[in-house]
Structures are given as structure tokens and as C-alpha cells.
Design a protein around this ligand. Structure first.
Ligand code: DAH
Length: 340
């Protein structure tokens, strides 16, 4: 009898099955009414009592192994096709891997960089954690001036010396410190403001700053550069206008609008009934700023501008809620296909 059990053990080792039917056949062969165990139990009954404990144990062990084998075969069963002996199903269709897409903020930033690089602007960057000098003082924000409040700053220390930069204008200062005119650069980057989050405002957003300093730079140069940008980005028929404004670091200062039109109800809403949309702040670099940064305002003049990337992305892609840019919902993100 022990030989019979040993034979079954050997057989069990090489036993294999590829379908549910084959597994069921094995189950019946061993555990069925006329199966191997039924027969073994018959033999067992006729055994000498002395031998029964040892044989009983061997039969139980075999039974456990048979059960394990059946469980294992069931768990590797794959309904989609035939298997190789190693259990890998080579005919199974491969899972799809979806290609990612660029974030809309990255797409718009890239497009802005490309447009300005065509007219000779380089790209420069600065740190997101700034000191008071680079974010405010060197840009002609006087101490205690309400313009500092305008910026809703996240300060990092009690004496308000270090902060998360509130605008990319701080990079202007770093560029002026580190290079000599002619300077022609744009600075894209992340900025931070202590503002309540809503569909129109966020505490984190992105800006692109522009700076051009050389001899004889005039307001006409600024206007022509911005017109070029507006037409490249929004279409060749785009009209712009400049409205007087105030920034501590430019004099005179202006805001640039583009003519958006009044073709739909939404146009009335987003342009407040005027047809014009504000796109960016700009102006001639204030002589105080040049002087603070070691550039002689009697020899050099320049212009600067700054725009919010999310704001432009909202217009380009007709996104109504700014918060969507930060939620990273895959259903939102995969709608933006990159051509780059
Ligand atoms: N820094 C301004 C802001 O964050 C934007 C700006 C306005 C930048 C005028 C400029 C400028 O360079 O000339 O609101």
C-alpha cells in the first residue's frame, strides 16, 4: 500500500491542467466516488491495526497535496487563452499604456517662450524663496508702502525679511545684478500670494516676466513688442490697447488689453461688456530701479512686462475655473495634447 501512495505522490508532481474541465477530471480521479482515495480507504480497512496510524497519516498527507495541487491549478487558470508550461499566457493581449500629455500651463509657458525667443529674448530664472530686496526694495517698493500689501505676501520669518516671491519681477533684479545691458530676457516661474482660493484666484500661480534694457529703448518699442506677442499668440488680427496704470517699478506704467470681441453672452461676461480683456502689466523701467541695480539711467532705458500664465491658459482653452489647473484630475489633463 505504501508503494501505491508513493506512486501517486510521484504522479502528482508532474500533473498539469490547462482548463477547468481538466482540473475537474483530476478532482474526480482522486476524490470522486470511484476515485483513488475511495480505493485507498478500502485497502486501509483491511490493514493490520498496527499499521493503521502510519498509513492513515500517509493517506492524509497525500490528500492534502492533492487538494493543494487542485487549488494551485485553479488559481493559475486563465480563461483568455492557452498557456505555456511555465504558466505564462503568450496569447493574452497586452494592457494599454496611455501616453501622458503636457500640462496646459506648461504648454502655454512653452508657447510664450517660443514667441519671445523669435525676437531675441533669452530665458532666465530665479529662486522661489526671495529676500525683501529682490522682491520689493530693489523694485522701488518703499518700506511701509501700501503697494506691499497689494501683494498679499507669504512671509517666512517674523521680521519679514524672507518670503515666497509674489511675482517674477524679482528675477529682473537678479538679471540686472548679474549682467550688463543690452539685456533682453523673459523669466517664467511660479509665484505665491496669500489669497483666498476661488475660481479666479489661487495662492500659487505662474507668471512670465519680460525685461529689455539698452540704449534708446522707448515706449514705442514696448508697444510694438507686445503687439507682436498678442498677434502671434491670439491671432494675426488681434488688436491691443494700453491703459495707464501704476506699478512701483515702472514709470510710466500701463496695462495691456486685447480686443476679444462681443460675440457671445460669455464674451460680455468675461470682458464686463467692453469687449476688451486685460492680459498683462507693463511699463518703462523706473530710473530708480535701474540705479538700485547698478545701471546708469542716463545712458540706458528699458521696458518690462509681466503676465499670468493661468489667466492666458484660461482664455486659450476656455477653462472657467482656475482651480482645475492644480487639481491634476487626469480627465482634465488628458484633453491637452502637445504639439511639442
Ligand atoms: N509684477 C506685476 C504683478 O505681479 C506684473 C508686472 C507689471 C510686471 C508691470 C512688470 C511690469 O514687469 O512692468 O502684478
Amino acid at each position: 500500500m505504501i508503494n501505491k501512495i508513493k506512486e501517486h505522490l510521484k504522479k502528482l508532481e508532474v500533473l498539469n491542467a490547462f482548463t477547468a474541465e481538466e482540473i475537474e477530471k483530476i478532482r474526480i480521479e482522486y476524490l470522486g466516488k470511484k476515485g483513488v482515495f475511495k480505493e485507498l480507504m478500502e485497502d486501509f480497512k483491511n490493514l493490520d491495526n498496527q499499521l493503521k496510524p502510519e498509513m492513515g497519516k500517509a493517506i492524509n498527507e497525500l490528500k492534502n497535496l492533492v487538494q493543494d495541487k487542485l487549488d494551485h491549478l485553479k488559481s493559475t487558470l486563465n480563461t483568455s487563452g492557452p498557456k505555456t508550461a511555465s504558466g505564462i499566457d503568450l496569447s493574452r493581449p497586452a494592457g494599454e499604456t496611455e501616453p501622458g500629455s503636457r500640462h496646459p500651463v506648461s504648454l502655454v509657458r512653452q508657447e510664450i517662450i517660443e514667441i519671445f525667443s523669435r525676437i531675441g529674448f533669452t530665458v532666465s530664472e530665479g529662486p522661489e524663496i526671495e529676500d525683501d530686496w529682490h522682491n520689493f526694495s530693489a523694485l522701488n517698493f518703499p518700506e511701509e508702502h501700501p503697494a506691499r500689501d497689494m501683494q498679499d505676501t507669504f512671509f517666512l520669518d517674523d521680521d519679514q525679511k524672507m518670503a515666497l516671491r509674489t511675482h517674477t519681477s524679482s528675477v529682473q533684479v537678479r538679471v540686472m545684478e548679474n549682467s550688463k545691458p543690452p539685456i533682453r530676457t523673459i523669466s517664467p516661474g511660479r509665484v505665491f500670494r496669500n489669497e483666498a482660493i476661488s475660481a479666479r484666484a489661487h495662492c500659487i500661480f505662474h507668471q512670465v516676466e519680460g525685461l529689455y534694457i539698452d540704449k534708446d529703448v522707448s515706449f514705442a518699442d514696448l508697444k510694438q513688442t507686445l503687439l507682436f506677442f498678442a498677434r502671434e499668440f491670439f491671432g494675426e488680427k488681434t488688436e491691443i490697447r494700453l491703459r495707464p496704470s501704476y506699478f512701483p517699478f515702472t514709470e510710466p506704467s500701463a496695462e495691456m488689453d486685447i480686443y476679444w470681441g462681443l460675440n457671445s453672452e460669455a464674451d460680455y461676461r468675461i470682458t464686463k461688456g467692453t469687449g476688451w480683456l486685460e492680459i498683462m502689466g507693463c511699463g518703462m523701467v523706473d530710473p530708480n530701479v535701474l540705479e538700485s541695480n547698478g545701471i546708469d539711467p542716463k545712458i540706458y532705458s528699458g521696458y518690462a512686462f509681466g503676465m499670468g500664465i493661468e489667466r492666458i491658459a484660461m482664455l486659450k482653452y476656455q477653462v472657467k475655473d482656475l482651480r482645475m489647473f492644480f487639481e491634476n484630475d487626469i480627465r482634465f489633463l488628458k484633453q491637452f495634447q502637445s504639439s511639442h
